[in-house]
Design a protein around this ligand. Structure first.
Ligand code: AMP
Ligand code: GLY
Length: 427
């Protein structure tokens, strides 16, 4: 199998690392990739938002499967582009078609879908310029904090949680009238605030059958104790201790199954990963959001737990035979700690030489914002630089190993959170 993987983050390095272990893999290309994916195959410099460029490469290299890491190409319709082209139709694309990718591409679409299929989620209403006065009244009917969500993709920044009614109204006006998030905030979803603890659950589906992957928890804020601004994710752990068998059964029955059934009833074709962003309120699961891809930084602790051959699973997704497959997991705990550049998520410098990578042991290093410079050195090339993943019989062991190794790696301005998992370990 020749595979083209699209993306450049830690998630893509984790996917590449796993696929590279498959005897079925012949050639792996990652576009654009990073210093980690470069070790496992070839990084290719093509503009993946230009589907004709992707087509040229796919035909030239006889690609069998295209694995799409991030959401943007899916929301822009890369899968549909392949299906509409006689030469590309036989190539499997892992990631949903455009209409189904709306589960992530439009919050309003996702909420309407959940309402229709009775999937538990926060109560909501959607507003635009035509009914902004009603939006103000709706806000008045709610109790704080107020949750405002830009309808469209806003690079993870489109959700505002605001304590004061006055500020919420002002922000709403900013979003709708002044298009604070561009086109994405022309429509705004206002939601009931749910109070609880979040977790992420993933499935791989061919549109009919699905396999549930391990649960994970990510740490989004920059500061310890979940303080400071949001980031792309400062690390993750898997499994989530409170997601026990009973809770996972509730998730499957009330959320996963109705989602897959709903997609089929709506005629939405979905081959790929579904990411359920969930929150546990009391003992019940609710959906905060859908994403149409794997999570990052969750992939860095979830993917290494998969024991089965991922290329084989992708093949089954492509030809619709996932019902014949099972998936096995490592029962150990996995923890993944992100090393980030000083200043991130604000401004930061790139090009810092990284040392100590070879001194690490009993861990996996997943590169995100790294590259190999002209002198062959690995240097920083982004805000989130590298995820250090380790495993152990307990979460504490896994975290201990990840932190020991995180210490060994250095670059100017290195920062990482030292409190991952502390919210989940009771002793
Ligand atoms: P989203 O982009 O929809 O995942 O929202 C970003 C973050 O905002 C989530 O991870 C939650 O921490 C928070 N959030 C979103 N919706 C709600 C809600 N209805 N109640 C409480 N927190 C929320
Ligand atoms: N971990 C959150 C995300 O991937 O969007």
């Amino acid at each position: 199998m020749n595979i083209l993987l699209i993306g450049s983050g830690g998630r893509e390095h984790a996917l590449a690392w796993k696929m590279a272990q498959s005897p079925k893999l012949t050639n792996l290309f990652t576009a654009p990739g990073n210093a980690g994916t470069q070790e496992l195959g070839k990084n290719v410099d093509i503009d993946t938002s230009n589907f004709n460029e992707v087509k040229k490469f796919v035909l030239e290299k006889n690609i069998d499967i295209v694995v799409v890491g991030p959401e943007a190409p899916l929301v822009e319709g890369i899968h549909d582009f392949f299906l509409a082209d006689d030469k590309l139709r036989k190539v499997s694309v892992i990631g949903p078609e455009k209409d189904a990718a709306m589960l992530e591409g439009s919050k309003d679409f996702a909420k309407e879908f959940m309402m229709k299929y009775k999937i538990p989620t926060a109560a909501f209403k959607t507003f635009d310029k035509s009914n902004i006065e009603e939006a103000y009244s709706f806000l008045e009917s709610l109790t704080p904090p107020y949750v405002l969500k830009a309808d469209g993709l806003a690079a993870g920044k489109g959700v505002l949680i605001i304590d004061s009614l006055q500020k919420a109204k002002a922000e709403l006006k900013e979003m709708i009238e002044n298009e604070r998030f561009g086109d994405a905030s022309r429509k705004v979803v206002i939601e009931e605030f749910l109070s609880g603890i979040e977790l992420s659950v993933f499935v791989l589906t061919d549109g009919k059958s699905y396999l549930i992957l391990p649960s994970a928890k990510d740490y989004k804020r920059i500061g310890e104790g979940d303080t400071g601004p949001n980031t792309g994710g400062m690390g993750s752990i898997s499994p989530v201790p409170f997601a026990d068998e009973l809770f996972m059964q509730k998730i499957e029955k009330r959320i996963i199954k109705p989602t897959i059934d709903g997609l089929q009833k709506e005629g939405l074709r979905y081959k790929g990963f579904i990411f359920f962003g969930l929150i546990k309120v009391e003992d019940e699961p609710y959906v905060i959001e859908y994403n149409v891809r794997m999570g990052d930084p969750e992939s860095e602790s979830v993917i290494p737990r998969i024991k089965s051959d991922l290329v084989e699973l992708f093949e089954a997704v492509g030809n619709g035979s996932l019902n014949e497959k099972t998936v096995e997991f490592d029962e150990d705990f996995f923890a993944s700690v992100f090393l980030v550049s000083g200043g991130y998520p604000g401004s930061y410098e790139k090009g810092k030489v990284m040392t100590g990578l070879d001194e690490t042991d009993d861990c996996i290093l997943f590169h995100a914002g790294t590259k190999v410079d002209e002198n062959g050195r690995v240097v920083t090339n982004g805000g989130r630089v590298l995820a250090v993943t380790a495993s152990g019989k307990t979460m504490k062991d896994a975290l201990g190993k990840a932190y020991d190794n995180a210490e060994k790696i250095d670059f100017e301005g290195k920062y990482y959170r030292k409190d991952l998992g502390k919210d989940l370990i009771s002793e």
